[in-house]
Design a protein around this ligand. Sequence first.
Ligand SMILES: [Ca+2]
Ligand SMILES: [Ca+2]
Ligand SMILES: [Ca+2]
Length: 422
Amino acid sequence: MNDRFNRAAIGRYSGLVFLAAALLLLGVFLLFPARPQPASAQVPTPTCRPYNDQAVAFTCCDAAHDDVADEYAPPLQDVRTGGFIPPVILKAIGWYESSNSPTGGWTQCVNGVPFDTGGCAWGIMQVRSHMNCDTTQFNAETQQQVKYDYRYNIAMGAYILKKWKWDWHQQNGRIIGNGDPYIAEHWYYAVWAYHQWTAVNSPNNPIDNPCPNWPSSFGGCAYQDKVWWWAAHPPSRGGRMLWSPVNLTRPDPALFPTDQAEMDSWPTWRWRISDPLPVHQDWCRNCLPLVLKNYRAPSDTYEPNDSFAQAWPIETGTYDSYIWHATDQDYYKFTPTRSGAIHVELYDIPAGCDYDLYLYNGAYQLIAQSTNSGNQSEHLESWVSPGSYYILVKSASGYSRESPYRLHLYWIGKATAPYPPP
Ligand SMILES: [Ca+2]
Ligand SMILES: [Ca+2]
Ligand SMILES: [Ca+2]
């Protein structure tokens, strides 16, 4: 070995080290690209997401159809149910669970403070599992959303009902009828377990649930019977019935255990009961209930909505409704919380009709319209900022009480990059 050789070797070696380091840095950069830093690292003080009865009803529909969860990417708990829940069940549970709040049912917050029971159960769905008083808890951000965001709260209630109660009963053979989730009566055990799966909720328990005046009133009845009663007797507020009644059939109470000892020894086959007839379906195609088949909407939906003031609040999603008479105007209100592009589509316009689509800003100024001829579909898009926007559907000619139009609102405010640039 001589010095020259060593220097050359060291030179080659240094070059390799430099190349390896550069590749490593490039790899690190590709794996963890620099992200724009938020303007302030401060955690914002949580505030209650604003809501009203219509917004709660629509969220119950979205949750029933597993359509809320997209907004809540990790690190929140994933609240996708992966299935269907008859929406009237979520509406009735949410009403009954929060009905002891100072402002009645469907209460998420009171005076800007999340509604709780004993600091343990939270919001409209009174979510208790994995919250403050439970031994295993959701992370802080998830708990915060359950408390402050009615949409997340309802989605979490739906998640618990479907993933932890319904699925658990199905897996253990406690099945009503053929276990079809589209039949509302099949959810009796899941709703029972939503409160607690003990004989305290057995409808045949004469001590806890005498239920003397069923079906005229639910006093003294089991938890899930109370939910059944509310489904059939929707409350009204502000002159509007909060949901369409669905007269759910209560199973024969004699089919169930009278006390905990009996319940503990109940063999699986005894939980398999036939359909309590008649059974019912409910979904949100028109936000109206279905009693089995052969159903037709008896009235228009989302009414009254004939002016800006009456505009029906909607979130992203699909809505079926009617131009019920020649001068019917259907206003919808959309309140984005972030800037983004919205797309509004109007389709399934009935044959022989010509409906048009208009978009207004919060000052009632027309900002976009789509007015194709005949029953061609309409489509418009616009850039929106946080605030109120109004969508108007009205008829240029014709109307139909038989065939609904379909309105679809798509919002990409969730996207990180504005498009088009503001
Ligand atoms: Ca209408
Ligand atoms: Ca109308
Ligand atoms: Ca048209």
